[in-house]
Design a protein around this ligand. Structure first.
Ligand code: SF4
Length: 342
C-alpha cells in the first residue's frame, strides 16, 4: 500500500463498492441505509469482546428480544442478565453491561454520549469499544482497529515487527485512512471488519476475491500467509481443584458464586479453591477449561448433602432440577462441561 492520497482514494472506492455489494447480514447492522442504533452497536461490541460473531448472534437476538430498549436492560435484575449471558464467558462484561445501561439512563438522559472520552468513562467501555461505538454508531472519524483491521494493515503494508508489538504500527497505518472516508466512516470500519472476516482471513486469505488486491504489498510479494508476523506464544500457567457434585436422582445443588472474583455472581457447581499446585498428587482430571490467564483442571467428586452444611461453599446454595439445566443455559461454559460429565 502506497501512502499517497490518490492510492487511498482508490482504496476507498474499491472497498466501499465491495462493501455495498457483499456486507455481512448481522443482527445488529442497520438495514437499507438506516442509521445504526447506538444501543445495538454498544451491546454487540461488548458481546464481541473476546468472542466470535458466530457465538454472539444468538445472544444478541436473545437480549434484544428480552430487553428491546436500553431502558428495559437498565431495569433488569442483575441475576437475569447473568443468566442470559451464561455461556458467553468473560462475565465481568455482563456486570458492566448492566451498570453501563443504568448510567446512560440516569446520567445521560438515555443517550450514549458522542465524545469518546465521555464514552470511555462509562462502565465496561475501554478505548477500543469507545472508538467502535463512535465510528459505527455515530459515524465519527475515529481510528478503530480490531484484530481484523490489524491483520489487514499488516498485510497491506507488510509490517515486519512481529505481533503483538506490531499492533502499534498497524494502528498508525490505519490512522492514514481515517480522514479519507468522510461521510462513510461507519461503513469503512465495518467494511474492513467484513473483509477481515470473510476474505483476508487469518489462514488462507482469498486474495483472488479481494477488492483491495491492487493495494496489497503482501499479495504483490506473494507472502500473504506470512503476515502478521507473530512473536512466540507464552505458555499459560495451570491451576487445579475439585468440583463437588451433590445430587439426588432429579436434582442437583448449585452455588450462586460470590459477587467478586472470577465468574462472580454466576451459577456453578461448588468447587474447592483453584491452586497453582494440585493438593492431590498424580490427580487425574475430568474437566479442562482455558481462561485468559490460566488453564484450569478440575476433578469431579460426588458428595452428600451434609457436605453443603460444612461451610466449604462461599456462595449461596440453590437446588435445581437436573434435566432443566441441560436446556435453560444458565451455566457458564466451565460448569456446562462439568454438567456433561455427570
Ligand atoms: Fe488480504 Fe490478500 Fe486482500 Fe492482501 S490481497 S488484503 S492479503 S485478502
Amino acid at each position: 500500500m502506497k501512502d499517497t492520497l490518490t492510492d487511498i482514494q482508490t482504496f476507498r472506492t474499491d472497498l466501499l463498492v465491495w462493501f455495498d455489494q457483499y456486507s455481512r447480514d448481522l443482527p445488529w447492522r442497520h438495514k437499507g441505509g438506516a442509521h445504526p442504533i447506538p444501543y445495538h452497536v454498544w451491546l454487540s461490541e461488548i458481546m464481541l469482546q473476546q468472542t466470535t460473531v458466530q457465538a454472539v448472534k444468538s445472544y444478541f437476538e436473545k437480549f434484544i428480544d428480552i430487553w428491546p430498549t436500553l431502558n428495559d436492560l437498565a431495569n433488569a435484575k442483575d441475576t437475569e442478565i447473568m443468566d442470559a449471558w451464561a455461556g458467553l464467558g468473560y462475565y465481568s462484561r455482563a456486570r458492566n453491561l448492566h451498570k453501563c445501561a443504568k448510567t446512560v439512563i440516569e446520567q445521560h438522559n438515555g443517550k450514549f454520549p458522542e465524545e469518546e472520552a465521555a464514552l470511555q468513562s462509562l462502565p465496561g467501555i475501554g478505548p477500543y469499544t469507545a472508538s467502535a461505538i463512535a465510528s459505527i454508531a455515530l459515524n465519527n472519524p475515529s481510528n478503530v482497529v480490531d484484530g481484523n483491521i490489524e491483520r489487514i494493515m499488516a498485510r497491506l503494508y507488510t509490517i515486519q515487527t512481529p505481533f503483538p508489538e506490531g499492533k502499534k504500527e498497524a494502528k498508525e497505518k490505519a490512522q492514514s485512512f481515517v480522514g479519507s472516508f468522510e461521510g462513510r466512516h461507519s461503513d469503512y470500519v465495518q467494511a474492513l471488519m467484513d473483509l477481515g472476516a470473510t476474505i483476508c482471513t487469518p489462514k488462507s486469505p482469498k486474495c483472488g476475491s479481494c477488492p483491495v488486491i491492487e493495494h496489497c504489498m503482501a499479495y504483490a510479494t506473494n507472502s500473504a500467509d506470512v503476515y502478521p508476523k507473530l512473536s512466540p506464544k507464552k505458555v499459560k500457567p495451570k491451576r487445579f481443584g475439585t468440583v463437588y457434585i451433590v445430587r439426588d436422582d432429579m436434582h442437583v445443588y448449585l452455588e450462586r458464586r460470590p459477587k467478586t472474583g472470577l465468574l462472580a455472581n454466576m451459577l456453578g457447581f461448588p468447587t474447592s479453591e483453584w491452586k497453582p499446585v494440585d493438593a492431590v498428587e498424580k490427580g487425574s482430571y475430568n474437566v479442562k477449561h482455558v481462561f485468559t490467564h490460566f488453564e484450569l483442571y478440575l476433578r469431579i467428586e460426588q458428595k452428600t448433602e451434609s457436605f453443603l452444611q460444612e461451610g466449604m461453599n462461599k456462595g449461596i446454595i440453590e437446588k435445581y432440577v437436573l434435566k432443566d439445566l441441560h436446556t435453560d443455559k444458565k451455566l457458564p461454559t466451565l460448569f456446562k462441561k462439568v454438567l456433561n460429565q455427570i
